[in-house]
Write a protein that binds this ligand. Sequence first.
Ligand SMILES: [Zn+2]
Length: 97
Amino acid sequence: MKMPEKQRRYCPNCDTHTEHTVRKESQGPRLNPSAHSKGQRKGERREKGYGNSGKSSKQVSGEKPTRRVDLRYKCEECGREQTIGRGFRVKRLEIER
Ligand SMILES: [Zn+2]
């Protein structure tokens, strides 16, 4: 889908509706690759051969056709950036200038 770059949105800092610039947040690298969750470590142990395969046995392969977008709205008045909601699922997002 296409989205206009400039949108009129509510800014909680200015407490009114102002012009906002939309941008997509890029996914950065993981901060600490050694620190992962208990479930992840469990899965790694299972893959090595300990225990049974658990929930990995019924894991479906393949990517989902859509991804959730991570959008940031920057207020033109005060310059603050907001994340609004959790985004939405879309195949491809274009920000129009
Ligand atoms: Zn503002």
